[in-house]
Design a protein around this ligand. Structure first.
Ligand code: NDP
Length: 316
């Protein structure tokens, strides 16, 4: 079995940035970019214009940005495998990384598999329906799209993300509705108060969206009051899921320490995980910021940490 100095799992901003730094440090990284698990490039592949990634004053399309990341990592010699990692064995070094068709050993490992925004199975919101045509899971990424301008927008959820997204969307929508399944927000007190006091935000308590309808884009929704069972049709241009994220750690099978929400725990200010030689970067270890630029920054940290650790271990 081939032994690699460094294997990187994941192909979002964190994984590719780690690869760029590691390849330039002659670590000859092997990067699993995924296949069935989602598009190479991660969450930015499902968004349109990215206007907050520094260096692109006119904005750049998410998929185009990720193509640049990938090309830059390949330019310095990163070996990219288009397959999923199915499991890892971290019980001994070198670690064993089992992909769908290959198995390699890794002296060091960087996990950068990101997190997936949770969605609900509401009629009309699926892929091929109105997903990305008015239904999204990222207000910060998509909120400025012209289809949402001065139109009614609906955010599903009652946590800090939902409130933050609702407040953000007030810059664009005519009115923003927070659709929450209970009669109390989960969000922190300060955030909850901001939502409750915001003149453009209305909270639909004990409510759930039942159906999303439209033509080319979203036009209407059905909202059900879960207490009275009453269903109302409302005009809508956007539906935003903000019900939390699920970090993509299934293939690790509990071998690394995670927090209660499943995010990999790193030593503060570093990318070191609970197992020496395994580093984590990007959204898989970040429940808070979850931005492309912070993911890229943490990918750089992971590559530098891995490089120093390998050198310390005498693996050059
Ligand atoms: P949370 O898990 O805190 O909240 C998820 C929300 O979605 C809850 O209100 C929950 O309802 C609702 N929800 C979950 N599943 C369903 C479902 N199946 N149907 C309907 N509603 C559902 O996730 P967040 O992403 O909001 O926050 C994650 C973490 O990040 C938290 O610790 C948060 O504090 C932090 N954060 C902090 C921010 C800040 O401080 N600025 C900004 C964003 C996040 P219910 O309440 O009924 O369970």
């Amino acid at each position: 079995m081939e032994t690699k100095k460094l294997v990187i799992v994941g192909s979002g901003p964190a994984g590719y940035t780690a690869a760029i730094y590691a390849a330039r440090a002659n670590l000859e990284p092997l990067l699993y970019e995924g296949f069935m698990s989602g598009p190479s490039g991660g969450q930015l592949m499902t968004t349109t214009e990215v206007e907050n990634y520094p260096g692109f004053p006119e904005g750049i399309l998410g998929p185009e940005l990720m193509t640049h990341f990938r090309t830059q990592s390949a330019r310095f010699g990163t070996q990219i495998l288009t397959e999923d990692v199915e499991s890892v064995d971290l019980s001994q070094r070198p670690f064993v990384v089992k992909g769908s068709t290959t198995t390699v050993q890794a002296e060091a490992l960087i996990i950068a598999t990101g997190a997936t925004a949770k969605r609900l199975e509401i009629e009309g919101t699926g892929d091929g329906e109105f997903w990305q045509r008015g239904v999204t899971s990222c207000a910060v990424c998509d909120g400025a799209a012209p289809i949402f301008k001065n139109r009614p927008l609906f955010v599903i959820g009652g946590g800090d993300s939902a409130v933050e997204e609702a407040i953000f969307l007030t810059k664009y929508g005519s009115r923003v509705y927070l659709v929450h399944r209970r009669d109390q927000l989960r969000a922190s007190k300060i955030m909850a108060e901001r939502a409750l006091n915001h003149p453009k935000i209305e909270i639909l308590w004990n409510s759930a969206i039942e159906k999303v309808m439209g033509d080319q884009v979203v036009r209407n929704i059905l909202v059900k009051n879960l207490q009275t069972q009453e269903v109302q049709e409302r005009e809508a241009a956007g539906v935003f899921f903000a019900i939390g994220h699920q970090p993509n750690t299934q293939f690790i099978n509990g071998q690394l320490e995670t927090n209660e929400a499943g995010y990999i725990v790193v030593r503060p200010g570093t990318s070191y995980t609970s197992i020496e030689g395994v580093f984590a970067a990007g959204d898989v270890q970040d429940p808070t910021y979850r931005q492309a630029v912070t993911a890229a920054g943490s990918g750089c940290m992971a590559a530098l940490d891995a490089e120093r650790w390998l050198s310390h271990m005498g693996i050059e």
